[in-house]
Write a protein that binds this ligand. Sequence first.
Ligand code: NIG
Ligand code: FE
Length: 390
Amino acid sequence: MIDDGSPYGLIDAASIVVEDGRVCWVGAADQLPAGMQPDVIHRLDGALVTPALIDCHTHLVFGGSRASEFEQRQLGASYADIARAGGGILSTVAATCAASDSELLRSALTRIDALLAGGVGVVEVKSGYGLTIEHELRMLRVARALASQRPVTVRTSWLAAHAVPPAYCDRADAYIDDVVIAGLQAAHAEGLVDAVDGFCETIAFSPAQIERVFDAAAALGLPVKLHAEQLSDQQGAVLAAQHGALSVDHLEYLAPNDVGALAAANTVAVLLPGAFYALGESRQPPLTALREHGVPIAVATDCNPGSSPLLSLTTAMNMACTLFALTPEEALVGVTRNAAAALGLAGTHGVLAAGARADLAVWDAEHPAELSYWIAGNAPVARFHAGARL
Ligand code: NIG
Ligand code: FE
């Protein structure tokens, strides 16, 4: 797959040459320059090779389960009702704080293994189920540990502005100062933070509160992203774009008139059809306006215990096509090149091009649309991480 304007950038009968974990040449095999004869050759005859997929939005470090809330929702309670009654994110916070480091790591490894088996090579992991400095940092230490135990690149996001904990009931501004900003400084000093995220929503934080978090991120030189316009229009996406956000995520309630702000900032629109599906939403993100403005669109699992218990990125691709009317090509770009951009990894990940990491997924597929076509059960037949066959 290359970026030459052809559908999917597909090359027939291609060769990929790898050196020191990076692609150094890709093209039609019969054009392979003389002198580029590698020591080791992996013949993948007839297979489709894509960049390893990138899941650019997950909450996969957490304790407990929310299956009982799923039951409540099936009996009529809404996600927001459950959150207001002290369930929702706060019930996962309690379970996460009660779990030991090794329990958190073990369950997160099980989840990341499922994602990796499905062709993923880069995973973003958020904090946000600790809501104290100690537990938010602990979540990101576990996230970092995942990359030392598995062949995966992990990018972390500081999401202490995920929910207001009971100890700060009606004092969200104090929580922003005491935990979100003070903790961010501590986490950054420990090298735990690649980006800063927040949840801008009536049941979470206001745009003014999120802006204070973004200012703290800017002071540390960290990029920002935002859960925006998931359940209502708070103008969070516009605010994030004004702060040069890497991405704005969810976006069901984003007004078409506000899409231009994303385009101007080259902010990626991350669509999360798993949450839309699981919460039984009906309002769709403004896909027509996103396309018209040329906003890069990414797709992710949003793997989390509440709104998106989903461990397959190709299933998220299928849902993005069936629920949001993406084309299979948009879905594939959305889990490769554009997902890399949403993580600040444009050019080095999510593309097959000279200089990019040789993270590859090999599929027994005749056509790239097959990656989005299967609802579930799709998996690559081989994977490479930094050039090494797994
Ligand atoms: O991306 N929107 C907020 N955060 C998560 C849900 C987290 C949860 O319910 O535990 C999301 O959907
Ligand atoms: Fe999320």
